[in-house]
Write a protein that binds this ligand. Structure first.
Ligand SMILES: *[C@@H]1O[C@H](CO)[C@@H](O)[C@H](O)[C@H]1NC(C)=O
Ligand SMILES: *[C@@H]1O[C@H](CO)[C@@H](O)[C@H](O)[C@H]1NC(C)=O
Ligand SMILES: *[C@@H]1O[C@H](CO)[C@@H](O)[C@H](O)[C@H]1NC(C)=O
Ligand SMILES: *[C@@H]1O[C@H](CO)[C@@H](O)[C@H](O)[C@H]1NC(C)=O
Ligand SMILES: *[C@@H]1O[C@H](CO)[C@@H](O)[C@H](O)[C@H]1NC(C)=O
Length: 436
């Protein structure tokens, strides 16, 4: 600002050299006052985190809004270097997803950080564009818990700048299409309300500054975020109007509504679409529909809402095999899966291996669960995810997010005995609905 002012002054100096003393004096006083005013107006934006966004930016923000085609945003977890039997990039069907988020980069010393193996994986995922030139490949930056990498990075302008510069290099160096921020969660671990409020504002500022940088660079990079689904987190973590303004779309993590913990030792559904009739108050908020209505009410445009659909289920061990409904006492994770997370093909195998599995299609929630003995699993099928995709269409939301490609039946084992075995049956089912 000062620079602009002084330049202007110099130019004017030549034009006004014949004017009388009073005139030029008035002139300089005016310029001085304007500069001071501008400085006062601009200062808070530089130093204070809690100021509403200048409207100047808004006109520049048109993020390819002309083409609001349906999104199928798929998370792909980088395989680990050691284990075999994993989904490798060349095993991904390039035509299923519109966006692939390669997960997860970290933040170390305020910079985005990927291992060499992750970089190699990204380059292999980018090869899928040879088959599908419209496919977008993003890198997803994750962080959770007390040492999430985000808290230190968002705290001031200089640190955010360091991060944004590292992101810019990464996107440019590897010809990536954008970045997805998966911070779980801004402000939630902070004890003090005031500190928490700041972190939420800092997150908004980060989004704004990334968007502004993309615009300045004249790049069509995508900026997306993964958002919590539970209102208790959403109320604390996000300024929805700011998110609405700066992201291309938000991947809402509408899953993990129920899973086994010591504090919640009961069976429950991973991703119910609607509440059950018997659920009231807090329990009635733990479903996809409640989350969607909440975000719409808070001002997130339907064109920015991408609904998370899990390809994994959650398993539990029942206390009593004869008490096997929803909300029944559980004493731990199930035997199937790993720490209660069950990939879809393992659920298919469990059903095939055991002749006497009881499957319950829960009417209100539109998702099934199964049990046999003390094993209890909440999961999704091609039918249940299709129902969610229909819901997305009916409410004119932007699309579906899938967590994750790795947990879907990428080898087509579920349909092995069938003539029409499909790889990725869950993502395929979602795509079938959203494409029509
Ligand atoms: C990007 O490439 C430049 C030079 O080509 C290099 O200096 C820089 O370290 C690279 N950055 C990343 C994040 O790969
Ligand atoms: C979905 O949520 C809205 C708003 O809370 C509610 O009015 C509606 O009944 C819900 N739909 C179902 C099927 O529960
Ligand atoms: C929601 O987004 C669409 C598409 O960008 C836009 O046309 C519409 O005006 C927005 N709605 C509101 C309420 O801002
Ligand atoms: C199903 O049975 C096969 C062969 O006995 C076994 O390898 C696999 O682990 C079983 N899977 C489940 C989920 O029970
Ligand atoms: C495969 O074919 C069977 C029988 O026609 C049908 O019921 C099933 O839905 C099909 N599965 C898929 C994934 O298309």
């Amino acid at each position: 600002m000062n620079l602009m002012c002084s330049k202007y002054t110099v130019q004017k100096l030549h034009e006004t050299k014949e004017d009388n003393f009073i005139q030029s004096c008035t002139y300089y006083v005016c310029i001085f006052i304007i500069c001071v005013l501008l400085f006062i107006i601009v200062l808070p934006y530089i130093h204070e985190p809690n100021i509403k966004i200048i409207s100047v930016g808004d006109e520049n923000i048109h993020m390819q809004e002309a083409e609001l085609s349906k999104v199928i945003s798929c998370y792909y977890n980088t395989p680990s270097e050691e284990a075999d039997h994993q989904l490798l990039p060349d095993g991904i069907n390039p035509l299923l997803c519109t966006h692939i988020n390669v997960a997860f980069a970290k933040i170390i010393n305020k910079q985005i950080y990927l291992t060499d193996f992750q970089i190699k994986t990204i380059n292999e995922v980018l090869q899928l564009k040879k088959t599908n030139s419209k496919l977008k490949v993003l890198v997803s930056v994750g962080g959770s818990g007390n040492n999430d990498g985000f808290s230190d990075m968002v705290v001031n302008h200089a640190a955010r700048k360091t991060f944004i510069r590292s992101v810019k290099y990464l996107l440019r160096n590897h010809s990536l299409d954008g970045i997805d921020l998966d911070w779980e969660f801004p402000a939630v671990h902070l004890q003090e309300a005031e500190q928490g409020k700041r972190e939420r504002q800092h997150f908004s500022q980060l989004l704004r500054e990334i968007r502004m940088e993309f615009i300045r660079e004249r790049r069509n990079y995508l900026l997306t975020v993964a958002l919590a689904a539970q209102q208790i987190i959403v109320d604390v973590s996000y300024d929805i109007d700011q998110i609405n303004m700066y992201v291309d779309f938000a991947n809402v993590m509408t899953y993990d509504f129920h899973y086994y913990t010591k504090f919640t030792p009961f069976t429950g559904l991973n991703s119910p679409l609607f509440a059950r009739n018997s659920e009231h108050l807090y329990l009635a908020t733990l479903n996809v529909n409640y989350t969607v209505q909440m975000f719409l009410t808070k001002g997130l445009n339907e064109s920015k809402i991408v609904i998370g659909i899990p390809s994994y289920g959650h398993s539990f061990t029942l206390v009593n095999k004869d008490n096997a409904g929803i909300g029944s006492p559980a004493l731990g994770y199930g035997n199937v899966g790993s720490i209660g997370f069950v990939n879809y093909p393992d659920i298919c195998c469990f059903i095939k291996n055991n002749s006497d599995v009881i499957i319950v299609e829960e009417k209100n929630t539109k998702v099934p669960y199964l049990h046999k003995g003390t094993e209890w699993i909440s999961y999704e099928t091609p039918e249940s995810v299709a129902t969610k995709a229909e819901y997305i269409r009916q409410l004119k939301l932007r699309g579906a997010m899938i967590y994750s490609l790795n947990a879907d039946d990428y080898r087509g084992r579920c349909g092995e005995s069938l003539y029409n075995a499909t790889n990725f049956p869950l993502v395929s089912s979602i795509k079938n609905i959203l494409d029509t």
